[in-house]
Design a protein around this ligand. Structure first.
Ligand code: AMP
Length: 283
């Protein structure tokens, strides 16, 4: 695996690969890699000639300074995992390399997509995320971009961004990888205490229960029931919303909906976990 820390050197290398006809797959991450990230690397290896993974903890998408400071950083281990996974290139830039002229805001309007759920609970998060993904795409210029369904709203916003920019980059959204007990893999799981870790699979159970209720309950009843099931000692549920899988707007009934996704965020102590499940897909 090749490691690049500088934009110019990475770009020169990718230019040579493109000249020989290679397609490029890109997996942006913030490191503390786990099997969820590695599933994106595998998908990219399967679908493209050269896989680039980036590790960059983007300061502009953290609305909470303590969260940024405590974000797990395990670079040496990440490099081992990526090499074992046969990733071709790791891009490990500094903040100055990504924002040489300071972090210039990206002037895009995502309509309703960045308003609910994560948008409402993490002000500025999606503006920072879109800014860094846009900058990374400008640097790597991949044919395909691989992201996880784990961050459902993020993927919807990136899809919208690519459309607005008239980009030819194909977004591939990969399924959520879970632990055996259902907990969605996340870098933040590393910060859970043993007791919190034991409680955390409940989030997936509540999503799975919601899915089972389709046909017998309306979306708002499912949301209320789920919030009650998440309201246990040790948990502070922020939201549980059943939304249209394309517009992310709340839905009144399932009859008029083709794609419905249940999305939730729960604070477990100081750790904020998000998860989601597609509960209806008539497409
Ligand atoms: P992050 O490092 O948290 O920014 O995540 C980088 C990419 O990995 C994003 O596209 C995430 O959606 C994806 N990802 C994170 N966790 C998982 C998971 N459990 N399964 C699949 N993809 C994931």
């Amino acid at each position: 695996m090749l490691l690049f820390k500088h934009v110019t050197e990475l770009q020169q290398h990718l230019k040579n690969l493109r000249a020989q006809g290679d397609s490029i797959g890109f997996v942006p991450t913030m490191g503390a890699l786990h099997k969820g990230h590695l599933s994106l690397i595998s998908a990219s290896i399967a679908e493209t000639d050269c896989t680039v993974c980036s590790i960059f903890v983007n300061p502009t998408q953290f609305n909470d300074a303590a969260d940024l400071e405590k974000y797990p950083r395990t670079t040496a281990h990440d490099i081992e995992l990526l090499a074992e996974a046969n990733c071709d290139i790791l891009f490990l830039p500094s903040v100055d390399e990504i924002y040489p002229d300071g972090a210039i805001p990206l002037e895009l309007d995502f309509g309703y997509l960045d308003q609910p759920m994560e948008g409402a609970n993490r002000p500025g998060h999606f503006a920072g995320m879109a800014q860094v993904v846009n900058r990374l795409l400008e640097i790597v210029a991949p044919n395909k971009l691989f992201m996880g369904q784990k961050d459902y709203q993020q993927a919807a916003i990136v899809r919208n961004m690519l459309g607005q920019l008239g980009s030819s980059i194909e977004l591939v959204v990969c399924p959520i990888i879970r632990e055996d007990d259902g907990l969605a893999l996340s870098s933040r799981n590393l910060r859970l205490t043993a007791k919190q870790r034991a409680l955390a699979p409940r989030i997936h159970q509540v999503l799975a229960n919601a899915k089972k209720k389709i046909g017998s309950k309306q979306p708002n009843e499912i949301e209320k029931e789920a919030m009650a099931q998440l309201n246990i000692p040790g948990f502070e549920p922020e939201y549980f919303e059943v939304v249209d899988g394309i517009t992310l707007r709340g839905i009144d009934n399932f009859e008029d909906t083709k794609l419905a996704v249940a999305c939730t965020a729960v604070r477990v102590g100081k750790i904020r976990l998000i998860d989601n499940m597609i509960i209806l897909n008539k497409q």
